[in-house]
Design a protein. Structure first.
Length: 74
């Protein structure tokens, strides 16, 4: 059964965001949460939704690929 995306509610998008987060898909969770926030009338609730699912591209920390160089003198 196909569902018309226009019929989906903020709660539907938020449920899907939770599922994506639980399956380690943070960017999809973020996108779904953004849509849920957009569909939410209360600005405080929308802000809370956005805060719960931040953009992983803006919040990830880079890990060095190799250890830092050290100098040793004989």
């Amino acid at each position: 059964m196909l569902v018309d995306p226009a019929d989906l509610t903020a709660a539907d998008h938020l449920d899907a965001a939770r599922e994506m987060a639980a399956t380690n898909r943070p960017f999809l969770a973020h996108l779904l949460a953004e849509e849920a926030a957009r569909l939410t009338a209360d600005p405080a609730t929308a802000a809370a939704i956005r805060a719960a699912y931040p953009d992983p591209n803006l919040t990830r920390e880079e890990t060095p690929s190799c250890p830092p160089a050290t100098s040793s003198t004989p």
